[in-house]
Design a protein around this ligand. Sequence first.
Ligand SMILES: NC(=O)C1=CN([C@@H]2O[C@H](COP(=O)(O)OP(=O)(O)OC[C@H]3O[C@@H](n4cnc5c(N)ncnc54)[C@H](OP(=O)(O)O)[C@@H]3O)[C@@H](O)[C@H]2O)C=CC1
Ligand SMILES: N[C@@H](CC(=O)OP(=O)(O)O)C(=O)O
Length: 351
Amino acid sequence: MSDRIDVAILGATGSVGQRFVQLLAGHPWFRIAELVGSERSAGKPYWEACDWRVSSAPPDEVRGLKVKHYEEPLHSTVVFSALPGGLAGPIEEGLAAEGKRVFTNARDHRMDPDVPLMIPEVNPDHAAAIERQRRERGWRDGFIVANPNCSTIHLVLALKPIQDAFGIEQGIVTTLQAASGAGYPGVPSLDLIDNVIPYIGGEEEKIESESRKILGRWEDGRFLDAPITLSAHCNRVPVRDGHTETVSLKLAQPASPDEVARVLAEFRARPQELGLPTAPARPVVVLDQLDRPQPVLDRDVERGMASVVGRVRPCPVFDVRFVVLGHNTIRGAAGASVLNAELLLREGWLD
Ligand SMILES: NC(=O)C1=CN([C@@H]2O[C@H](COP(=O)(O)OP(=O)(O)OC[C@H]3O[C@@H](n4cnc5c(N)ncnc54)[C@H](OP(=O)(O)O)[C@@H]3O)[C@@H](O)[C@H]2O)C=CC1
Ligand SMILES: N[C@@H](CC(=O)OP(=O)(O)O)C(=O)O
């Protein structure tokens, strides 16, 4: 365990930061060395600074760790960022310029033309954009790798096997997003209980543009978007964790619902081949029951790292429709970053 790589977590006290702590405590390759927060938390022991919400108590190895201010120097070479969007951008760039390998959840750099927006099962080859980043930004060892928006990740994990097998031309996705997606404390309880809020700022645009980048190609030193037209409708619902999405797709080649369900269930990719520690054995899990997936029952399948699909059936307007559910702060956020870091470590980018 002594040769584990020291890592820092930015935004360690928030909803996503707590999931990072949970996933990285006892990790075989990484050791939580530094926890970073705002002015509010800096200088306090983690257990005191953090309103821990994801299990009974923070892991012993971090309880007493003193939270650093985000302007303090960091010694860790790997940095996981759960900073708020808008604030994250310049801080992450500064760290990459110092040589840190930054794995970020924040939206700021996702659509940069030299930043991989990675899902290891979908576009591991996009890591090659790091070379352009280093060349054009003058960074020698550092880099930024982003993971997508929490709704985008689960949508794209379900689209990838279908795109590869049959091609996708158009899609409509409607989300039912959990309260924890808005951070902590997030949406006031009186606004959300007994209610549905049919608006999440910027979310529809992110789902539409991020999906095209991830499903696209890295070719001749630039990203080429996948030629898929998507229309997203986003809603906040009174669910604690787990985003549900209903999806209708127009395919390039005909396929029956059974054929679509089969390619989804059989989908395996690089993280599974490499046996990465945080990789789910099945990145997409297909359920047969008529009324599944449901957040309360299915969000923790494969330790929250899988996208759970159900109700694969014909679509009278397009070709096929289904439901996909995924944990928004595990595979939708912290788990996605950790899996990106595991992949890049195994592929030599952290040497
Ligand atoms: N929640 C989700 O499902 C998902 C979130 N994301 C993204 O992950 C990031 C974190 O989100 P989430 O955990 O939900 O947010 P939270 O609001 O729960 O947490 C925010 C974190 O950022 C820290 N922070 C706030 N302001 C500052 C500051 N001025 N300087 C330094 N640190 C600061 C807070 O520290 P302190 O407690 O010390 O104030 C806290 O640790 C965001 O970019 C979000 O968009 C991405 C995908 C999914
Ligand atoms: N907007 C997402 C969470 C989030 O923070 O997304 P992003 O990282 O794209 O800003 C939600 O509300 O569920």
